[in-house]
Design a protein around this ligand. Structure first.
Ligand code: ADP
Ligand code: MG
Length: 868
């Protein structure tokens, strides 16, 4: 190796630190910059769009390099982390001005997608999860934690799909897996299906069993290992104690209403299909919570609707009481609106990043608790005879409020090092310094007066600048008259001369010293307070969750009142559904409650399978969605959009809704549909709700119809779950004769002056027609096509009539169609026949699953041109 290629000592230090953090982009502190080198520099420059330069430009192998200023690093870090990178922050551990040779440097924190705490990177009302997974004896264990709130959850399942579903639903930001699992099949699948996964290279970590694990009753070894692993990872990236990690909450997935990820996705429970954001989802629609904690809790509730009656009824009762106490609820929501994000404040206290503003917010929030308790007390007084339904009052932690209030001034500044944080009168030493400071300033003005008199110079004044400190300034003209040997010349400016005196120096010393000492003391007093508050962390977290719950319940109450929702009675009989005038919560918002046509639903144990027919665009999918929403809203504790409601507790909802809606995104293939149907048929119980929307549409007519019929038979005889099955195969309606549990319903449509008008009303009985041609007309298809299809249809119907009359058994659409077409064709001339046959051939050969809607349009266009 030549002399030139040998790395400098600094690069050597860099390379050795980088070697310990191979999977993170290393931010290497050099003075006022964080520098990145080599691969890191190439990657960061690309992601951050910053200039790439190089070190040793003239050497044989210049080193790629880029940098970001220390003071604006936050935003760059955030952007790197949001693009899935980890960033290791390497700081100078010594003051370079006081160090000879190399400054010591260390990685002080690694910021990862699942552990980032930068406020601008976190959604206020969303959790931000870091997850870990392991497998033992065929059981998958999943632990996840929100570092910003300290909540930790643990669950397990022996079904890989269920694990993936859960991870997808939680929208975890990062998954950590142990080294050993990296190449396992399930880990590879996880990486493919769920998220970017980050391998964790076991460094030397002290694996102390976290306290939180001990609260878990009979934790299995696999669970303890997993939690240890997760906490060790957090410790490794944070490089400090996290005092705010809460006791682990363990749950079984079967404790809650289960919906797989695709169902959640299709129902747009928490994310809109189109934008992939909260806006436009059910959550967005129902979330008017006043606190960040409430918003997060509502999301958690929506992810996990309850299955047990008792806690659910408790929620309903509270919502009802809050609904009945309008004015108290308004007051309550106003007080809640004054409460800051207690959970995330606590986290800042735990990690030592809380400033005086944060403690001020905590004090202010605590100040609202007595107000809230008074309101709850007012409501409770009204609950005569219903004392068991009364609201629990919240803990007020007066002593904590006092602790903060006696020390921290009102409206403290953001900075912790510039003073003005601690109240006057709190600390005598601090007050002495402040006296000196205040006196110093009077001394200065006294001095100015005195010196003017003594010298007789009117322009004399005392000034201050950072370089020279305090000085006496006299205009150059007057300075010539100055005859005083106490004055020592310091600086000559174009118009002024600046002097100091011994006396001025003395005052300066006192002031500067007092200021420095006061600032240091204030900082120490603040940190001392912050440390004391660590003891309150668990109590504050409990308070936070109580506040959150109240917030969500009050939110349900005002939502239900404003939107006219009703409390559902919980039926103990499975499949006992009754909804009067139910509505779709989103569409009724969109088009107005009066424009929306409300619909009823009735299911009973022996009439639990509804076959819903009706023309396209008449409202079948809407109806099914609104029933799913009613069930879900009911089981999270909210009221439902209907006039009257009785609902059972549903253990699973399976949906295949609106398959046609997302053909454009290429997601809905017939295969996926069949796989999901299969899952539903296997897993559904009598307590489940199946919402099958136009199953079998993705394949050829007869295939599809056969499959649909077979599925209906299977549900009726084997699965026996409450089911709504919509179909455009209106031939299926004859099944009502064979299946006693099946009932036909349809969406009303009327023909009016050759136009079809949808009433959107669900009515008993099968629909009599398909109206497809009318919809085609609405969509603006060319008149020639419409006319031709009407002719064909008339012909088909006539044939069907004849066949029925001849009583030739079951209607066979296929032969009918062929007869019809061939009879039409014979009437045409030879040349036209050839062209038409060609078109029909192409039409037959077309696989709808293989083309996009736009291509279909183009084909139809071509055929039209080909036809005579
Ligand atoms: P289908 O599934 O039968 O093809 P959709 O459920 O997708 O029909 O409904 C089509 C459109 O009709 C919806 O977008 C909505 O605007 C309107 N619609 C559906 N149901 C109602 C209703 N009950 N009241 C008013 N408008 C409705
Ligand atoms: Mg539909």
């Amino acid at each position: 190796m030549t002399q030139e290629n040998k790395p400098t000592p600094m690069m050597e230090q860099y390379l050795s630190i980088k070697a310990q953090n191979p999977d993170a982009i290393l931010f290497f502190r050099l003075g006022d910059f964080y520098e990145m080198f080599n691969e890191d520099a190439l990657e960061a420059a690309r992601i951050l769009e910053i200039t790439l330069t190089s070190r040793n430009k003239n050497a044989d192998n210049p080193i790629p390099m880029c940098g970001v200023p220390y003071h604006s690093a936050r935003d760059y870090i955030k952007r790197l982390v949001e693009s899935g990178k980890k960033v290791a922050i390497c700081e100078q551990m010594e003051d370079p001005r006081q160090t000879k040779g190399m400054v010591k440097r260390e990685v002080v924190r690694i910021i990862t997608p699942g552990t980032i705490l930068d406020e601008s990177a976190l959604e206020q009302k969303e959790n931000h999860y870091l997850a870990a997974v392991n497998v033992c004896d065929g059981v998958y264990y999943l632990a996840y934690l929100d570092l910003s709130t300290g909540q930790v959850f643990l669950t397990s399942t022996d079904d890989q799909n269920q694990l993936f579903n859960e991870l997808l639903s939680l929208q975890v930001s990062e998954i950590v897996l142990s080294d050993q699992d990296q190449s396992n099949d399930w880990a590879v699948l996880l990486q493919e299906r769920v998220a970017t996964f980050y391998s964790f290279f076991g460094k030397e970590i002290v694996q102390s069993t976290p306290e939180q694990i001990w609260t878990l009753l009979d934790a299995k070894d696999a669970e303890t290992d997993l939690l240890n692993f997760l906490f060790a990872y957090v410790a490794d990236v944070q490089k400090q104690m996290a005092h705010h990690i809460q006791p682990v909450e363990r749950y079984e997935l079967s404790q809650y209403l289960q919906l797989n990820y695709y169902a959640k996705h299709q129902l747009e429970l928490t994310k809109s299909l189109r934008t992939q954001r909260k806006k436009g989802s059910l959550l967005w629609l129902i979330d008017h919570t006043k606190t960040a904690m409430g918003g997060r809790m509502l999301h958690q509730w929506l992810d996990k609707p309850l299955l047990r009656k008792e806690p659910l009824v408790k929620r309903h009762q509270k919502v009802e009481h809050l609904m009945q106490h309008y004015f108290d609820r308004i007051d309550l929501q106003e007080a809640l609106g004054n409460i800051y994000d207690l959970e995330r404040l606590v986290t800042k206290i735990s990690l030592g990043s809380a400033n005086a503003r944060d403690l001020d917010q905590l004090r202010y929030s605590l100040g609202q608790i007595p107000v809230i308790n008074a309101i709850l007390e007012r409501i409770n007084q009204d609950l005569l005879g219903l004392e068991d339904q009364a609201f629990d009052s919240l803990p007020e932690y007066e002593e904590l409020w006092e602790l903060i209030n006696q020390r921290i001034v009102d409206e403290p500044p953001l900075s912790l090092t510039e003073g003005n944080i601690i109240r006057m009168g709190y600390d005598t030493q601090l007050d002495t310094y402040r006296d000196a400071l205040a006196n110093g300033h009077t001394w200065l003005s006294d001095l100015q007066l005195k010196e003017r008199e003594r010298t007789g110079l009117k322009t004399l004044k005392v000034g201050y600048n950072k370089v020279f400190g305090y000085y006496i300034e006299i205009s150059r003209l007057q300075a010539q008259q100055l005859k005083d040997d106490r004055y020592i010349r310091k600086q000559t400016l174009s118009n002024n001369e600046r002097f100091i005196t011994e006396e001025l120096k003395g005052i300066e010393m006192t002031i500067l010293e007092a200021q420095e000492k006061a600032e240091k003391l204030e900082y120490d007093l603040f940190v001392d307070l912050r440390n004391q508050m660590v003891n309150y962390i668990p109590r504050l977290q409990i308070l936070a969750s109580q506040v959150a719950e109240l917030d969500v319940l009050a939110n349900f109450a005002s939502l239900s009142e404003q939107e006219g929702y009703v409390r559902a009675t919980i039926s103990d009989t499975p499949k006992d559904y009754y909804l009067k005038d139910s509505r779709h919560p989103a569409i009724e918002k969109l088009i107005g409650q009066s424009a929306f046509v409300a619909n009823d639903l009735e299911l009973s144990p022996d009439r639990s399978l509804l076959l819903l027919t009706g023309p396209n665009m008449s409202g079948k999918s809407t109806y099914m969605r609104q029933i799913a929403f009613c069930v879900i809203l009911n089981q999270i504790g909210c009221f439902v959009p209907a006039k009257e409601a009785r609902l059972p507790l549903v253990d699973r909802i399976f949906t295949r809704i609106g398959a046609s809606d997302d053909i454009s995104s290429g997601q809905s293939t017939f295969m996926v549909e069949m796989m999901e149907t299969n899952q539903a048929l296997i897993q559904a119980t009598e307590q489940s709700l199946l919402l099958f929307d136009e199953i079998g549409r993705g394949t050829a007519t007869f295939d599809g119809m056969a499959i649909a019929e077979a599925i209906l038979n299977f549900i009726a005889h084997k699965v026996k779950a409450a089911t709504i099955f919509s179909t455009h195969y209106h031939e299926l309606t004859s099944l009502e004769q064979d299946l006693t549990c099946l009932k036909n319903i349809h969406v009303g449509a009327e023909e009016f002056q050759g136009q079809v008008v949808f009433s959107h009303k669900i009515i008993a009985g099968p629909s009599d027609k398909s109206y497809g041609i009318h919809v085609a007309k609405l969509a603006g298809l060319p008149e020639a096509v419409l006319q031709n299809s009407q002719e064909i249809l008339n012909d088909l119907e006539a044939k069907a009539c004849q066949l029925r009359k001849k009583d030739e058994g079951q209607l066979d659409l296929f032969t009918l169609a062929e007869q019809s077409v061939s009879s039409q064709l014979t009437s045409n001339s030879e040349g036209e026949l050839k062209e038409e046959l060609e078109v029909i051939k192409q039409l037959k050969a077309l696989d709808l699953n293989q083309i996009r809607p736009i291509e279909a349009m183009q084909l139809i266009d071509e055929w039209q041109k080909q036809l005579p």
